[in-house]
Design a protein around this ligand. Structure first.
Ligand SMILES: C/C=C/C(=O)SCCNC(=O)CCNC(=O)[C@H](O)C(C)(C)COP(=O)(O)OP(=O)(O)OC[C@H]1O[C@@H](n2cnc3c(N)ncnc32)[C@H](O)[C@@H]1OP(=O)(O)O
Length: 370
């Protein structure tokens, strides 16, 4: 089969190039920090499938277009403004978005050719979902990795229940519940990144990937590795003992009480992060990471698809929807004053949490994932 770039549907939000044996994907929506639209997800799937079946393509790399005059962004997640508009309009495209995004996350994890993610700048939520399955995750000193969904009344999806659960000790719970942002040193130490390349090296690296005659997957990987340096020292992992002690408790109330009883600046800051997040989302996120330790990626994504269905289901009944409220406060009205319901972890019903893990479908939309 000949090398080609298939027709794309996202109106330039995803750009594609073929240089030698390398297929390059550029997320090109810098004004929204490359947040993923449904069309972008479809374009990525189209490209990955075409290049998987094209013998002349040996490797794929992905990067995010930077903002003029602002810090770089790989991808700030799924398009949460779309979530808000679509849920309000009861638009079935919202369900398609999650099914197709999670399927894309799975395709990346099992991609048969090296997929290399250049994770410069903001890498959050859905940005983690399209990079954590990469064979080579390249970070810079500007990388900011996080799963901040509990802050918008959601949970760490896009495979977060799987890859956070793989972090050592109870670090996965800490990241899922606080949405803590990690730099390159911590992320690499925790297994959420592979190699460090200084940001000033990136333009040269990208130029080389674009124009050098890339002849094999090994050649592409070597081109990246030539620029790799020793990662910076981890900073936050100085708190590993405290993370495991506080976040190892079984229930949210116990975690919050444990942090409240610790007067250290770090513990009080972590408690502040928890108190800003939706109590319902915290309970779901904790349960997801705990369950994730015994799940395959496909099983985790199916559970996440159940959860996200129930997170938005109240919007279809015009009832209070925790996720809509979280997005409203962060990205629509931008008042940063979400009215969580329930407002306290004490009032979150364990039965409600367990019920949200159940499938609402006779045939699950991700039934075919292996
Ligand atoms: C299934 C998938 C689920 C998910 O992925 S859920 C989403 C997870 N991600 C997030 O929750 C991150 C949301 N974004 C933020 O919290 C902030 O952004 C950042 C901390 C990443 C960066 O803050 P700053 O540097 O101050 O930039 P700014 O002014 O907030 O953003 C620039 C423009 O980008 C839009 N934007 C940012 N993230 C998203 C997003 N995830 N979806 C849609 N739009 C986004 C903003 O609204 C704004 O736009 P305007 O200039 O028009 O006000």
């Amino acid at each position: 089969m000949s090398t080609s770039i298939p027709a794309l549907c996202s109106d330039g939000q995803v750009l594609a190039e073929v240089n030698g044996c390398l297929g390059l994907i550029i997320l090109n929506r810098p004004q929204a920090l490359n947040a993923l639209s449904l069309a972008m997800i479809r374009d990525m799937r189209t490209l990955l499938r075409a290049w998987r079946d094209d013998d002349s393509i040996q490797a794929v790399a992905i990067l995010g277009q930077g903002r003029e005059g602002k810090g770089p962004a790989f991808c700030a997640g799924g398009d949460i403004r779309f979530f808000h508009t679509a849920a309000k309009a009861k638009d079935p495209a919202l369900g398609d978005f999650f099914t197709e995004e999670y399927a894309l996350n799975h395709e990346i994890h099992v991609y048969p050719k090296p997929y290399i993610a250049l994770m410069d700048g903001i890498v959050m939520g859905g940005g983690m979902g399209i990079s954590q399955g990469a064979k080579l995750r390249v970070l810079t000193e500007r990388s900011k990795l996080a799963m901040p969904e509990a802050h918008i009344g959601l949970f760490p999806d896009v495979g977060g229940g799987y890859f956070l659960a793989q972090c050592p000790g109870h670090v996965g719970e800490w990241l899922a519940l606080t949405g803590q942002v990690l730099g390159a040193g911590d992320a690499i130490a925790l297994g959420l990144g592979d190699v460090f390349v200084r940001a000033e090296e990136l333009p040269g690296l990208i130029e080389q990937l674009r124009h050098a005659d890339q002849t094999s997957a090994e050649h592409v990987v070597a081109t990246v590795m030539e620029r790799a340096e020793l990662a910076p020292e981890p900073q936050l992992l100085a708190h590993r003992e405290a993370i495991d002690r506080h976040f190892g408790f079984g229930a949210m109330l116990e975690i919050k009480a444990s942090l409240a009883g610790d007067n250290s600046e770090w513990a009080q800051q972590a408690l502040g992060q928890l108190n800003a997040n939706s109590p319902l989302a915290l309970a779901i996120s904790l349960e997801l990471v705990r369950r994730g330790r015994n799940l395959s990626l496909a099983e985790d994504l199916r559970l996440e698809r159940n959860l996200v269905h129930w997170c938005f289901e109240p919007a279809w009944r015009d009832a209070h929807c925790e996720t809509l409220e979280g997005i409203r406060a962060l990205a629509v009205d931008k008042d940063h004053q979400p009215r969580w319901s329930p407002a306290h972890s004490e009032d979150v019903s364990p039965q409600t949490v367990q019920a949200m893990f159940e499938s609402p479908w006779a045939k699950h939309p991700l039934a075919d994932l292996q």
